[in-house]
Design a protein around this ligand. Structure first.
Ligand SMILES: Cc1cc2nc3c(=O)[nH]c(=O)nc-3n(C[C@H](O)[C@H](O)[C@H](O)COP(=O)(O)OP(=O)(O)OC[C@H]3O[C@@H](n4cnc5c(N)ncnc54)[C@H](O)[C@@H]3O)c2cc1C
Length: 472
């Protein structure tokens, strides 16, 4: 490894001294994660402004044998963007690379640099009379590069798919500093292996995304949001099927919240409405139409009325204004933040076939209640995609810190993930692996799949300088 000072001087010559941060106070926000679970250290944080600078930075680091940790908005939930605590890595922040390079309304595509926030991408699409449908509670801070690197999901996957399905092209800096330019804006391209997909969901371990070509969609002109009270998760699954049949493609989101999750959101965000109090489960149902369709609200109401008659919904209310709809969505989107304010908790991001979820929850709840008497289940998520955030809070009155001790993390993960694996599910639906689930990936992924992943990593990053110790 070269002398750190030599490398830092070379990096400063590439990005300018002001964009090589080494002072502890300046580096601090980049070396811990949003949840406050990981605290790392870095030789420096480097903030390039263009693809050529990213390439030169990676080349310099590769030649010096110094690993790089790509970072976007640092909202990831698995510690993927946090350097290790050895302090021998360079964090490459993409935050300055935030330009919208082009919007092609006729082709319904947008080219954007990786450091643009998701909210900025959505706004650029709206300005062109179109929509970019990826939507997460963190959209004001997370970046499109981070979204693709984690293959983010969010609240509209049911209708539009996850990040992977919204990308047509990528520009990537590889481990040796070369630039792979695949910014093709094509919906059809069968010229061999689809290399761009390798970098999506790779969490910065195979290359650094510097720009991407995204698919845009017709903007919704009619939007109907409703909150439904439900007696059980079995009923929620039946309601989802019923809503799909009644609304077809207009059904965009179907979010599930337990009363505990919804209650935490109200507790930590006073003013959150509680229009249907006293039920064990709630679903937030979003229906959109790209046409002006005054009949959509009637169709949603008819669907909900029929659900109540069928006994698969207990009660329901439809938002009568944009403000009411926004309040319903805030209640859902504030759950993660509310959980953070409530104190440390054990988080799991699982997916299963939707049909397997009710039996899974019954079994997992029994096993966890036996292992952690009094544990509180903060269950919510994207039921429409078979994805739940199956989180556990300390029993009331118990010290949170001891509840999240490493031994409990492992014990809870084993219970939650073994039952997921037994039903053909995934231990990471949308948050990724990062450092948090590396061990669990080794434990639950088929050996041949793991071996192929390692061969891909070795082929693209033989010296192991791209985000080492993450994913694999
Ligand atoms: C309140 C809240 C709600 C959330 N809700 C959701 C949700 O509904 N669905 C969901 O999927 N996630 C959700 N997340 C998680 C998080 O916002 C997503 O994982 C997001 O995609 C991360 O983007 P980021 O820019 O913050 O990435 P970072 O946290 O900076 O990085 C995440 C990973 O991507 C890598 N990376 C970042 N940028 C690049 C790049 N340009 N090239 C290569 N690798 C890169 C990093 O090395 C790291 O491994 C939520 C987070 C919060 C805090």
């Amino acid at each position: 490894m070269a002398e750190p000072a030599t490398l830092l001087a070379r990096l400063a010559s590439i990005v300018g001294g002001g964009n090589v941060l080494t002072a502890a106070a300046e580096v601090a926000p980049y070396v811990s994660d949003w949840r406050g679970r990981y605290k790392g250290a870095a030789l420096a944080v480097v903030r390039p402004s263009c693809t050529a600078e990213v390439a030169a930075v990676v080349r310099a680091c590769a030649e010096a044998g110094v690993p790089v940790v790509p970072q976007g908005g640092n909202t990831g939930l698995c510690g993927g963007a946090t350097p290790h605590d050895r302090g021998d890595e360079i964090v490459v922040s993409l935050a300055r690379m935030n330009r919208i390079r082009a919007v092609d309304a006729d082709n319904a595509t947008l080219v954007v640099e990786a450091g643009a926030t998701l909210a900025a991408v959505q706004s650029a699409a709206r300005d062109a009379g179109l929509a970019f449908p990826l939507s997460l509670a963190s959209e004001g801070s997370c970046t499109i590069g981070g979204n693709l690197a984690t293959n983010a999901g969010g609240t509209a996957v049911l209708r539009y798919g996850n990040a992977r399905e919204l990308v047509l092209g990528v520009e990537v800096v590889l481990a040796d500093g070369s630039v792979l330019d695949m910014k093709r804006a094509l919906r059809k391209d069968n010229t061999g292996y689809d290399l761009k997909q390798l970098f999506i969901g790779a969490e910065g371990t195979l290359g650094i995304l510097t720009a991407v070509v995204l698919k845009l969609f017709a903007a919704p002109r009619t939007q109907v949001t409703s909150l439904v009270a439900i007696a059980s998760v079995r009923d929620a699954v039946a309601l989802l099927r019923h809503a799909k049949q009644a609304l077809g493609d207009r059904l965009v989101g179907f979010e599930l919240m337990s009363d505990v999750a919804f209650g935490l959101s109200r507790k930590h965000h006073p003013g959150t409405p509680d229009p249907l109090p006293g039920h064990p489960w709630y679903a937030l149902v979003q229906a959109d139409d790209s046409a002006d369709d005054p009949g959509l609200a009637d169709r949603v109401e008819a669907m909900l009325g029929a659900a109540i008659e069928l006994g698969i919904a207990a009660d329901a209310t439809v938002a009568r204004s944009v403000a009411q709809a926004a309040a319903m969505w805030s209640a859902r989107e504030n759950i993660s933040e509310a959980q953070r304010r409530e104190g440390p908790n054990l988080k799991h991001d699982i997916s299963l076939p939707v049909s397997a979820i009710p039996a899974y929850l019954d079994e997992a709840e029994r096993a966890l209640a036996a292992a952690f008497p009094g544990v509180r289940f903060v269950v919510f998520g994207h039921l429409g995609d078979g994805n739940l955030h199956y989180n556990l809070s300390a029993p009331a009155g118990t010290a949170n810190e001891s509840f999240v001790a490493a031994s409990n993390v492992e014990r809870a993960q084993r219970i939650v993930h073994d039952l997921v694996a037994a039903r053909g599910g995934s231990i990471s639906a949308e948050h990724g692996i990062g450092q948090l689930k590396r061990g669990e990936l080794q434990r639950t992924k088929a050996p041949l799949e793991l071996a192929l992943m390692k061969r891909i990593k070795a082929a693209l990053d033989p010296a192991g300088i791209l985000n080492p110790g993450k994913v694999l």
